[in-house]
Design a protein around this ligand. Structure first.
Ligand code: TGC
Length: 387
């Protein structure tokens, strides 16, 4: 029988044995390698780079891509892994998303055979790190207005511009940089040791502290013609990669929410006030029940989205449903969990506020709540509000 406190609706019954095995494996990795250390990484703003190869060995990098050393896993399996990683910390799940869903998927979807062979096996193994440069200091929600330019120069290209909020850029070996050209927006595979490429970590963050986000400047970065991603021209390129990352997020957010709920439930069962455990108070029970309702609903949304993706029926507008709903609900769950922990909830000893702070980034990157609401609004009404 299912344990109602952990899986009220018996969602596990909908999972295959292989999915449950993968979940156990990733959960074990999180328990062994992330949970014991996350508080110090978070406090000291350290990204644990030594975990990268371990995640590669576990098959978590580019896990739903096929060939070139990638895992070839299903979308649901990728989602389950994202959920478990984010139950540890959003910063670690974000690493896997940026590496696999953004940088590797850009090469896998649109790269030349040579680019795939050069980069994907090393990235899948965690020997090489990638980043994805779309957002700019003055172009976040509206990447069509990017200022970064790539000009043809003889048989090659010269890139100039700036990118902001680029995960992993300062430790990356390769950057996928999207830039305006006379032909439209194009993607470039830029080795980060190319002259003129500079990545600077953004410090003093109150969110995602166990992960790295950077400013990038591109100052006359000279590239051969073979650096361009040949398979796409236009914003469809980066948006197709964002679909993959947004998909991982809608699972991951439920992992953070679940972890916060478990912390609150354990605390409420132990903590005694007025002579009895605070779990016995009606207001606390209401909060816990509201968390269970939204975690279970959000997990079903994630699973349905994944099943649609696995049979090729998933539309980007449906990813927006999950990204908007699950991140929004996850933040509320984490904040509510913090209230059950009282004053102790503002320390790093308990996870809910760390998760809530991380989720502020998650609700902002890969399309804000507002952008996903407007994507859904356009899908429902047929009327775009942003153009
Ligand atoms: P529109 O100009 O009409 O469309 C442009 C082209 O793109 C196609 N398209 C998509 N293709 C695949 N998947 C999607 N989800 C797509 N959305 C649009 C579209 O069909 C068109 O193709 P074509 O061939 O006809 O030219 O653009 P739009 O009006 O559809 O989009 C407007 C809007 C607001 C929805 C879009 O601009 C948007 O999604 N904005 C949010 C951008 C965003 O999420 N930015 C965050 C990036 S995160 C980041 O850079 C950091 S990475 C994380 C890290 O490093 O840590």
């Amino acid at each position: 029988m299912t344990d109602l406190a952990t899986d009220y609706l018996d969602i596990d019954f909908l999972l295959t044995e292989q999915e449950i095995d993968l979940r156990s494996q990733v959960r074990q990795f999180v328990d062994d390698r992330i949970r014991p250390n996350i508080n110090s990484w978070y406090e000291e703003a350290v990204f644990p780079q030594d975990l990268v190869k371990e995640m590669g060995s576990l098959g978590l990098l580019g896990m739903h891509l096929k060939g070139y050393g990638c895992g070839g896993r299903t979308a649901v399996e990728y989602g389950i892994a994202a959920m478990e990683l984010e139950a540890g910390d959003s910063g670690i799940r974000t690493f896997v998303s940026v590496q696999g869903s953004l940088a590797m998927s850009a090469i896998s979807k649109f790269g030349s055979e040579e680019q795939k062979q050069q980069w994907l096996p090393g990235m899948a193994a965690g020997e090489l790190i990638g980043c994805f440069g779309l957002t700019e200091p003055t172009a976040g929600s509206d990447p069509a207005n990017m200022l970064t330019r790539a000009e043809r120069n003889g048989s090659g290209w010269v890139l100039n511009g700036a990118k902001r909020w680029i995960g992993l850029a300062s430790i990356a070996d390769v950057a996928i940089i999207w830039a305006g050209t006379d032909e439209g927006i194009r993607g470039f595979v830029v080795p980060t040791d190319t002259e003129g490429f500079l990545a600077t970590p953004i410090s003093e963050k109150l969110s995602m502290r166990a992960s790295i986000q950077c400013d990038i400047t591109l100052d006359d970065v000279r590239l051969p013609d073979s650096a361009v991603l040949p398979g796409v021209v236009g914003l469809r390129g980066p948006f197709s990669c964002l679909n993959e990352a947004r998909y991982g997020i809608l699972w991951g957010a439920m992992g953070a929410a679940r972890d916060a709920y478990h912390a609150a439930l354990a605390y409420a069962s132990d903590r005694t006030q007025f002579g009895k455990p605070i779990a016995s108070f009606q207001l606390t029970q209401q909060k816990l029940v509201d968390m269970v309702l939204e975690i279970q609903k959000g997990t079903l949304v994630a699973l349905q989205t994944g099943r649609l993706k696995d049979v090729g029926r998933l539309r980007p507008e449906q990813i927006s449903f999950g990204k908007l709903n699950n991140v929004r609900q996850a933040i509320e769950i984490c904040r509510s969990a913090r209230t059950i922990l009282g004053g102790n909830g503002i320390t790093l000893e308990y996870s809910p506020l760390r998760h809530a702070n991380n989720l502020e980034s998650v609700r902002t990157y890969e399309g804000t709540d507002e952008i996903h609401a407007l994507i859904m609004g356009r899908a429902i009404t047929g009327i775009p509000s942003f153009s």
